[in-house]
Design a protein around this ligand. Structure first.
Ligand SMILES: NC(=O)C1=CN([C@@H]2O[C@H](COP(=O)(O)OP(=O)(O)OC[C@H]3O[C@@H](n4cnc5c(N)ncnc54)[C@H](O)[C@@H]3O)[C@@H](O)[C@H]2O)[C@H](O)CC1
Ligand SMILES: [K+]
Length: 448
């Protein structure tokens, strides 16, 4: 279910391997252009279409798509920024028997297809080109990007020059990091992956529905996972997390708290003590609503059990190396990430992996483009989740879900990926007016 994500270099290597195995480069381009034309026919009606072609293979895909759309009765205009400079794109250009306009003079059209630059982009577009492209894209009824909107950095998702908003992005062979990283992700509209017969494999992937092992029919509450939550100064947050753990399939959820918490389900057990040496504990959760009580984190780290460290507890870790030798999942949002790891360089993907390496922990780097990074180099990119997830308490819910998945025996990376996936689907089910409490209630439907 998980779909591979390849960097520009990895995609080039996969393409080279396919060519080595006997598939002609022009065949790959033919498949890419035909796949894009098919997606345009599926998602956009037969209206006049303007295809903007750059000098590389992204432009080559455009000439192929032009031929296929014309064959299906579309009125197609092609405008070139430059002459084709690669062998395959020259071939594609030679197969297009219609006129080619100059990009700088091309008039608007209801469907605009941006095939200026793809994975070969090395710097931002010239200002006049970026401006003209943005105008054509803004004026279109349906704007389509070939592989990526031109101006997006494939591996980091940054805008190297200003990018307009597209309705459809058709990519080939595998998703690229930019399809799942901000700010690029928000500009792409629907992302369609066309199969061009290139084998894609690696340690980076889009998180899909995970195969969670079925419950053991002979299991009991402890074998389904005991989650032990440590409350702090603001018990509302741990109440949300504990409820989410219970709704996510934990067999038993316990909260250590000095004050009784009123809004917990009766099935969640409250206790004044904190016996963390209990071998039945499948996962400890510390952080939601903790406040400034570092001794609670220290207590959690004395227990030889898996731990989810969330919210306030992340800032209390101090030095990431302190977590070496522990079985830890950390769930920072941007501010908490910087507090613990400082201002790391590189893309969000690079930073997530570096943090996982430094802390020897699984990192759930939250945001509109949540990543799950493992010290062994695995990196999961969350599929798009609803914008209404960004509200108070949803992080506490996620932490509880991760703890439940870990307690039932999934490995730390898989537990985090499973919870991130279910969290997004529960938010879809809960709908736009959702508050974190509704998200908890929606978990069972997202799990089924
Ligand atoms: N990978 C595959 O399996 C397939 C990819 N296809 C398509 O090919 C492009 C990548 O093509 P490539 O020729 O490598 O790069 P581009 O077309 O993106 O552009 C390269 C071209 O542009 C010059 N350049 C780079 N940045 C700029 C800039 N800011 N301004 C001006 N010029 C720039 C660079 O020097 C090159 O000359 C991929 O995205 C797919 O669409 C295949 O067709 C199918 C198989
Ligand atoms: K493009």
């Amino acid at each position: 279910m998980a779909r591979p994500i390849l960097t520009a270099d990895q995609m080039r290597a996969a393409e080279a391997a396919a060519i080595q195995a006997g598939i002609a480069e022009t065949t790959l381009m033919e498949r890419a252009g035909a796949g894009m034309a098919q997606a345009i026919r599926f998602y956009a009606g037969p209206r006049e279409t303007l295809i903007l072609c750059g000098p590389g293979n992204n432009g080559g895909d455009g000439y192929v798509a032009a031929r296929h759309l014309a064959k299906h009765g579309y009125t197609v205009r092609v405008a070139a920024l430059d002459e084709p400079r690669t062998e395959a794109s020259r071939w594609a250009r030679s197969q297009w028997d219609g006129p080619v306009e100059r990009f700088a003079e091309a008039a608007a059209a209801p469907i605009v297809v941006d095939c200026l630059f793809g994975t070969g982009l090395s710097r931002g577009l010239e200002a006049s080109v970026a401006e003209r492209l943005s105008r054509l894209v803004d004026d279109a009824l349906v704007a389509v990007a070939c592989d990526l909107p031109s101006g997006v950095s494939t591996d980091g998702g940054a805008s190297l020059s200003p990018i307009a908003s597209y309705d459809l992005t058709v990519t080939f062979g595998a998703l690229k990091p930019a399809h799942r990283l901000m700010p690029a992700m928000a500009k792409m509209g629907r992302v369609v992956l066309a199969n061009i017969g290139v084998e894609a494999d690696g340690k980076w992937f889009e998180i899909g529905r995970l195969e969670i092992p079925p419950l053991d029919p002979q299991g009991h509450k402890y074998s389904r996972g005991l989650v032990h939550c440590l409350a702090g100064q603001m018990p509302g947050a741990i109440a949300l997390a504990a409820s989410a753990a219970a709704r996510s399939g934990a067999g038993y959820v316990r909260v250590s708290t000095s004050l009784p918490i009123t809004n917990l389900p009766s099935s969640v057990v409250q206790t004044g003590g904190a016996d963390l040496q209990d071998e039945r504990i499948g996962c400890i959760l510390v952080g939601p609503g903790l406040g400034d009580t570092p001794q609670v984190l220290t207590l959690a780290l004395t227990a030889p059990r898996p731990i989810v460290i969330d919210a306030d507890a992340i800032g209390l870790v101090g030095d990431p190396e302190r977590l070496h030798g522990h079985d830890t999942i950390l769930t920072p949002h941007e501010g908490e990430f910087i507090k613990l790891f400082g201002d790391l360089s590189g893309s969000k993907a690079d930073r997530a992996l570096e943090a996982a390496r430094r802390s020897q922990s699984v990192i759930v780097y939250k945001g509109p483009d949540t990543l799950v990074a493992s010290p062994d180099g695995r990196l999961g990119f969350a599929p798009p989740a609803p914008a209404w997830l960004a509200s108070a308490g949803t992080g506490d819910v996620l932490a509880g879900m991760i703890a439940a998945m870990r307690a039932r025996g999934l490995d730390p990376f898989e537990a985090a990926c499973a919870a991130v996936w279910v969290h997004g689907r529960a938010a879809e089910a809960a709908g736009p007016g959702m508050i974190a409490d509704d998200l908890v209630a929606a978990i069972p439907s997202a799990l089924s």
